[in-house]
Design a protein around this ligand. Sequence first.
Ligand SMILES: Nc1ncnc2c1ncn2[C@@H]1O[C@H](COP(=O)(O)OP(=O)(O)OP(=O)(O)O)[C@@H](O)[C@H]1O
Ligand SMILES: [Mg+2]
Length: 139
Amino acid sequence: MEEFVSFSVADTEKFAETLAERLKNGGYLALFGGMGAGKTTFVRGLVKALCPECLELVHSPTFAIVNEYRGSSIDIFHFDLYRLTDEDDLYSTGFYDYGEQKSLIITEWSELFEDIIPENAIRLKIEHIGENGRRFTVC
Ligand SMILES: Nc1ncnc2c1ncn2[C@@H]1O[C@H](COP(=O)(O)OP(=O)(O)OP(=O)(O)O)[C@@H](O)[C@H]1O
Ligand SMILES: [Mg+2]
């Protein structure tokens, strides 16, 4: 188990950039942590490292469900599962098609769909420590 404590948005982005090394060839990142935990902030740091040309597209996909960041070296599909009610909903988003390409899939609110997380996923839990503190645990 690996832990990192962040005290600011900048810390969180920097931590994401270090984790990017492990995801540069694609894979699955499952983010856990409630409202305002810092999931989208973390994704911004990751995209900064893996697909800087896509940086301005990064925002919470709460309404779109999935944001696509297609870069020169990797395609990133950033999901927010918060508004989905079941796997049929997820199927409609094309979730199961994205996995067939070499790409990085990220899900916010992974706790709502535990069953879909692949074995080889990197699971990252984010917890609040006061207002600006966040504990990241890779498991
Ligand atoms: N150390 C920190 N790391 C990340 N965000 C922080 C930190 N300290 C404060 N914040 C603030 O917390 C908020 C995190 O928002 P963000 O959109 O990343 O959360 P989220 O987990 O994606 O939430 P949601 O579930 O609503 O999508 C931002 O307003 C950010 O400024
Ligand atoms: Mg978010």
